[in-house]
Design a binder for this molecule. Structure first.
Ligand code: B1N
Length: 840
């Protein structure tokens, strides 16, 4: 029988739930040991480091849940405006340290664990790296979550809970081999499963329309799957506020095909239902490319549909006036991957809520913002009309409808401009029709932003020029940033301590990175510089240890650590780096003893994953490994160059390599890298950049001074001109040193390489040089020589590095989020009271 709840018993319940986890050492220990016994079902005194990690995480999660629930209730009670960040990727990285740091309990947990025989640092290493993202775009989403929570913005992230994150990279015989990343194998203590938060999502079926214009649609039949919520708390730093990341998992629907079951095909029908789970199985391993697979479209709609239902449900808790929707809800689209959400909101407003079209459209365009992350044509999403029609018939119908209205408006404003109509239309092609998702996103959004100043300029001047002329006020720039919590405070505690000690302000700079500028005044002060050098050496030792342990390679400490880590892509020009290494190697081979004494020893790290289907990128990995093989085994050069292919580059080992870098490479062809974000992390950690005037490098140069970087290469305009020339022209100007490096490869100096990579090099020789390797090679070599010269003058080098750190404040994602808040979302912080501040 149900317990009859009287006022008295309810009071009892409430006061019980109103108590909080104690923050003293004994309470921490008790909570950990309780989780060992009651959550993990182990005996208290027989558990391994991994179990200690699990129990510690559950214990931290308890605190996060308290904060999350209090924050959420507070925002609900205030009917607060909310921001929703929709992304197919959240590349979170490990949670334990970040959570402890953000709730200001790292020291307490460290002591409490030491007292029962565990080392917190070792426990950190037990955590699997949740890697539900490819690269910069997914990591940006994670940094934004951290900043939104820290800045007291009532915000939520929405995405997909993939069973398999980005693959693990192994190297066999020099080739990349992909291993599945089943990150949930040992459970995930950071998530809270919410079987009670579940929504149906329909695919296929038929839709019938009544009425005129866009009409009212009835969408029936097809396949219905369920979206189940999994929540991860996102605590802010130095605030009680804790936001929610809600990831959806697909499960079979509750409706089933009775006909099939009655046909005696019970087992077969069950198996068919199981297929629903495949939707959220795997993250597509493409970075900056687009793959028109049906399952990918299903992923996109699946998560957008559930998300829109969830947002509307929350809105309806406190509201009945639909016109308030955009005032209370801002939805940001992380690229076009979730753009179908805008059409889904329109559909729900029209077909479910029965709003008139004009009102529904006002709500949609008042709600969405779209962030573009790339100008590469191969990355722009263009879904086949046929596929959309069969999977999402009403959505396709609505896209046709809004496109028609939009094009009529354009016709009125730009009479006779047929070319423009063609370009801005949401539909491209005649026979093989496709939907241009960027065009849909632009028209449906109140703001469209690029992710660095140069990138936004390019959007306005070329990629979206015709849209910019139609909606000049829609376009703006939001230069990316990175969270200083993970990318300085957590990954480089030595440097963080030095900063705090030097500017005498405790940790205030961690939420106000501009304060760090003060350390510039110490760039010439010997005492400070010595401490900075020591911090760098300590980080290099850690990297040395990591490389020894994971790759069995011994590297020297007294070399320049030269690092190029990012996804492998032609436009990022890892090939140019390895060709330079070949050039450098050949140069050293030709030197006498005397000359060799002047060479700056380098350990060259190149790391990154290639999309499994990207042949050329995989060829580059093989080439890098072949070159490493030859050089590392050439005793005659006495370790003057060591080449390390840094395996399985991911968030957790980025936290090791970034603080240890001396020189950091960001060498994309000008106009190709939208922003780049690791350039910001390296700068914050005192590495010097060798880079092109591309993406955020341009703004880094503006902030820290060009003289504190090794800038080289053609600018955007020179690239355009070079590309407009003929192959003959380019062939005639092939850089001589580049040709020699090619020769060495062809002659087999680096082993037998397959024909694909040779073919690639042949094409460059023949003048087909889209990424401008030959154009930039001479100035790249010159910049490398400048880096060597500077490194020989350690005082100068360190001074440049310190100024870089000091002036990197702009690149905190806190600044980025403040700009989104002020200019796009029109939202102000809402500080929730900390219950610990109340008299108990
Ligand atoms: O987004 C980052 C930028 O810093 C990088 O410059 C940019 O390359 C990156 C399709 C992408 N652009 N496009 C993608 C990722 C996955 C996918 O399936 C495209 N990633 C970027 C953050 O702004």
């Amino acid at each position: 029988a149900a317990l009859k709840v009287s006022e008295g018993t309810r009071e009892n319940l409430w006061s019980l739930m109103n108590s909080y986890q104690g923050r003293d050492s004994r309470s921490i220990q008790r909570s950990i040991v309780n989780h060992v016994e009651y959550t993990l079902g182990l005996t208290r005194f027989n558990f391994k480091d991994f179990n200690a990690y699990q129990a510690t995480s559950y214990s931290v999660r308890d605190r996060l849940i308290e904060q999350l629930n209090d924050s959420n209730e507070y925002f609900n009670s205030q009917n607060s405006k909310r921001v929703y960040y929709l992304s197919l990727e959240f590349l979170l990285g490990r949670m334990l340290q970040n959570s402890l740091v953000n709730i200001d309990m790292e020291k307490k947990y460290k002591d409490a664990l030491t007292d029962i025989g565990f080392k917190l640092e070792e426990i950190y290493e037990e955590e699997v790296d949740p890697a539900l993202g490819n690269g910069g775009l997914g990591r940006l989403a994670a940094c934004f979550l951290d900043s939104m929570a820290t800045l007291d913005i009532p915000a939520m992230g929405y995405g997909i809970r993939y069973d398999y994150g980005i693959f693990k990279q192994q190297i066999q015989d020099g080739y990349q081999v992909e291993q599945p990343d089943y990150w949930l194998a040992k459970g995930n203590p950071w998530e809270i499963e919410r079987p009670d938060v579940a929504y149906p999502v329909r695919f296929g079926g038929t839709f019938t329309k009544s009425g005129s214009g866009c009409g009212v649609g009835r969408w029936e039949g097809g396949e219905v799957v369920m979206a189940i919520a999994y929540d991860t708390p996102v605590p802010g730093f130095n605030t009680y506020n804790t936001n929610r990341l809600r990831l959806w998992r697909s499960r079979p629907g509750n409706e089933f095909d009775l006909q099939k079951f009655n046909d005696g095909q019970y087992d077969k029908s069950i198996m068919e239902r199981q297929r629903a789970e495949y939707i959220t199985s795997v993250l597509y391993p493409n970075d900056s490319t687009w793959e028109g697979k049906q399952l990918r479209l299903k992923q996109q709609y699946f998560f957008c549909c559930a998300t829109i239902q969830d947002i509307i449900k929350r809105f309806k808790l406190n509201n009945t006036n639909w016109n308030d929707f955009p005032k209370l809800n801002q939805i940001q689209l992380n690229d076009t991957h979730p753009a179908i959400a805008a059409i889904e909101l329109l559909r729900v407003l029209l077909d479910v809520e029965r709003l008139p079209y004009d009102q529904a459209w006002m709500i949609v365009t008042g709600t969405f913002g779209y962030t573009n992350h790339t100008v590469l044509p191969e990355a722009l999403e263009k879904w086949s009309v046929n596929m959309l029609q069969s999977l999402l018939p009403r959505h396709m119908d609505l896209i046709f409808f809004i496109n028609q209205i939009f094009l009529e408006e354009v016709k009125r404003r730009f009479p006779g401009d047929g070319r423009r109509l063609e370009v801005v239309s949401m539909i491209e092609g005649w026979e093989d029709k496709r939907v241009r998702m960027a065009n849909v996103a632009i028209v449906c959004s109140h703001h469209v932003n690029g992710v660095a100043a140069l990138h936004t300029q390019i959007l306005k001047a070329s990629v979206f020029k015709d849209f910019y002329e139609i909606f000049p006020d829609k376009f703006l720039n939001m230069t990316n940033g990175v969270t200083p919590r993970r990318w300085l405070y957590c990954c480089n505690p030595g440097l963080a301590q030095l900063i705090s000690d030097t500017i005498n302000n405790d940790d205030d700079w961690v939420t106000d990175m501009r304060m760090v500028e003060e350390i510039a005044a110490y760039a010439d002060e010997q005492g400070f510089v010595d401490k900075f050098k020591q911090v760098k050496v300590d980080c290099k030792k850690q990297l040395q240890h990591y490389i020894e342990k994971t790759q069995g390679i011994h590297i020297r400490l007294d070399a320049m650590y030269d690092v190029l880590v990012k996804r492998i892509h032609e436009y990022k020009r890892q090939l140019m780096d390895i060709l330079y290494i070949i050039h450098r190697y050949l140069q050293i081979l030709g030197m006498n003893e005397e000359q060799r004494r002047n060479v700056v020893p380098r350990v060259v790290f190149i790391g990154g994953k290639a999309a499994p289907g990207y042949k050329d990128a995989k060829g580059f990995i093989k080439l890098i490994n072949s070159v490493a093989d030859r050089i590392n085994n050439d005793k005659s050069i006495n370790d003057l160059i060591k080449v390390v292919f840094f395996k399985n580059y991911c968030v957790s080992n980025a936290q090791i390599i970034i603080p240890a870098a001396d020189l950091s490479q960001h060498i994309s062809t000008a106009g190709t890298e939208a922003s780049g974000t690791s350039n910001m992390k390296f700068t914050m950690n005192g590495a010097l950049i060798i880079g092109t005037m591309d993406g955020a490098n341009v703004e880094i140069a503006q902030e820290i001074g060009k003289e504190n970087m090794f800038v080289f290469g053609a600018d955007v305009h020179e690239v355009d001109r070079y590309r407009a020339q003929t192959d003959e022209y380019r062939k005639g100007r092939l850089d001589g040193r580049l040709r020699n490096a090619f020769r060495a490869i062809y002659e087999g100096k680096f082993g037998a390489l397959n024909d694909d990579i040779k073919g690639y090099l042949n094409r460059i020789e023949a003048g087909s040089d889209h990424y401008c390797l030959s154009l930039d090679f001479a100035s790249y070599v010159e910049a490398q020589e400048r880096a060597d010269r500077t490194y020989r003058d350690q005082a100068l080098w360190n001074k440049m590095a310190i100024i870089g750190i000091a002036k990197s404040g702009k690149f905190s994602s806190d600044r980025t989020i403040q700009e989104y808040c002020a200019q796009i979302w029109k939202i102000t912080p809402k500080r929730i009271p900390n219950p610990a501040d109340k008299p108990q």
